[in-house]
Design a binder for this molecule. Structure first.
Ligand SMILES: Nc1ncnc2c1ncn2[C@@H]1O[C@H](COP(=O)(O)OP(=O)(O)OP(=O)(O)O)[C@@H](O)[C@H]1O
Length: 462
């Protein structure tokens, strides 16, 4: 039996070892509160050890998942974590006592920035590779989005989310329609995720992106020797890969008519015939299809099979474009800003009212994907904590339509004139004479306008 002095002695030794350990170490309880964090980690985080203790780990460590591991009991080894503008590698291990989960131990395998930088550049060069593998894995092995990932306050979208809950459990085909970038893929993932098939694969096929002559073998596979260039051992098609799970046929409106006939046969017979095979193979797959094409019109023009349409359109989902749910624009702007700036390791928390007005007026032909991309670009162009109009892409800034309703005609004309003068000067590297010539105005008129719109740059003033 150890006496109190021995215990204290042992604790002191352990604490010294851990405090000066190579790794950064943190321990949380099941609530996610920090019960231990070593000095090296605190130094890196620029926080006093005493201050960190007892705090929820998410308040102290950026992007931490320690509280999740302390709840789930599932270890996460060598996970990439983004802290203070860099990736690092973290291990998170659940701690059990008497078989009961009592918390989690997290370690980060870097100690000083020099070493970290060396490793970081190595990792950065590996990242694109890793991302490709991850993408492939996710594409082939499961739904990466759930209903929680579909952010919206639009009653229409909220209704669709309810509909997902109602239809997910069945085996019936779903047809999701909506413009590009409205979230069709997100809905497809969510349906699979909530279905009893969620432990089986979710396989996506972009019917529009695969050349016509390859589509059949891509979907149904082929036997060895089926054609010249066929791989040894043949190839499993996407339908067989999705066996037990869900196949997501994206851009189904782009599928050639002869393939539509073959697809219909598979859906009816529930068996596939790989190219060159002598007999069909039974397959159990749920189909979710998506398109932004006008299928009814295509049926009239004989470009889409009516029988296939009825086979896949058992449960229709129509996702409205962003311009028809304006209430979602500010909501999603905040969501994307938070997500993207966290990922970029920046703390951008504010958006100018002027920017919000531009967003509200824009028609968002690319829907949520366009909004996400605009915010991504703005986050990367912003140095401070606030997104201003100058961080927006030209295509958004330059549209005078966005000013309608906010300014009078005179003001809109002046604003447009100002922007044109500004851009012409930029184009001619601030050469007033050339800019005036290009716009067909006199040099003195150009001077007046530069003065009126306060466009003098240091170069111009010189
Ligand atoms: N409601 C939403 N909440 C959060 N992000 C969303 C939402 N809808 C779409 N997104 C994001 O917008 C982007 C486009 O979504 P998605 O790929 O699902 O659209 P899509 O309709 O399938 O587009 P396409 O027809 O071009 O394939 C994705 O990055 C997705 O994460």
């Amino acid at each position: 039996m150890l006496n109190d002095v021995d215990v204290q002695y042992k604790n002191d030794i352990l604490e010294t070892i851990i405090d000066s350990a190579y790794e950064w170490i943190v321990v949380v309880n099941t609530e996610g509160n920090i019960v231990y964090i070593n000095k090296n980690y605190c130094q890196f985080l620029e926080i006093e050890q005493e201050e960190a203790l007892g705090k929820h780990v998410s308040k102290v460590i950026e992007n931490s998942r320690m509280h999740i591991v302390a709840k789930s009991g599932k270890e996460e080894i060598a996970d990439l974590q983004y802290i203070k503008g860099n990736y690092m590698i973290a291990n998170r291990i659940p701690i059990f006592s008497d078989g009961k989960l009592i918390g989690a131990l997290g370690t980060v395998i870097f100690r000083d920035t020099k070493e970290w930088n060396k490793m970081n550049s190595h990792i950065k060069s590996l990242m694109p590779k890793l991302q490709t593998y991850l993408q492939d894995w996710e594409d082939n092995n499961g739904a990466k989005y759930t209903l929680q990932d579909i952010k919206s306050i639009s009653p229409h979208i909220l209704q669709l989310k309810e509909k997902v809950k109602n239809v997910a459990s069945g085996n019936i085909s779903v047809l999701i329609r909506g413009e590009s970038g409205t979230g069709k893929e997100l809905f497809a993932h969510s349906i699979h995720h909530l279905s009893p098939r969620s432990h089986h694969p979710f396989i996506k096929v972009n019917c529009g992106a695969i050349p016509e002559h390859l589509l059949e073998s891509e979907l149904f596979g082929y036997e060895e020797g089926a054609f010249t260039g066929a791989k040894k051992g043949g190839k499993k098609g996407k339908f067989l890969l999705a066996h037990g799970g869900t196949i997501f046929l994206d851009e189904i409106g782009d599928m050639p008519v002869n393939m539509q006939v073959k697809l219909l046969r598979v859906l009816q017979e529930k068996e596939v015939e790989p190219v060159g095979a002598v007999k069909p193979i039974p397959v159990d797959v749920r189909v979710i299809a998506a398109t932004n094409r006008p299928l009814e019109k295509m049926i009239e023009e004989k470009r889409f099979r009516e029988d296939l349409f009825y086979r896949i359109n058992v449960i229709p989902f129509k996702i409205p474009p962003l311009r028809e749910r304006p209430e979602d624009i500010p909501h999603l702007t905040d969501f994307f800003l938070e997500k993207i700036s966290r990922r970029a390791g920046k703390r951008i928390t504010m958006i100018d009212e002027e920017v919000r007005n531009v967003f509200n007026q824009h028609s968002w032909p690319g829907n949520l994907r366009e909004l996400e991309n605009v915010i991504e670009a703005a986050v990367h162009l912003t140095d401070g904590e606030r997104i201003t109009i100058s961080s927006l892409p030209e295509s958004l800034k330059g549209d005078p339509k966005i000013l309608i309703g906010q300014l009078s005609l005179k003001e809109i004309l002046e604003e447009t004139e100002k922007r044109i003068i500004e851009r012409t000067l930029e184009q001619f590297h601030q050469d007033k004479l050339e800019a005036a010539k290009a716009l067909g105005i006199s040099k003195s008129s150009m001077y007046d306008k530069i003065k009126k719109y306060r466009l003098e740059t240091e170069e111009l003033q010189a």
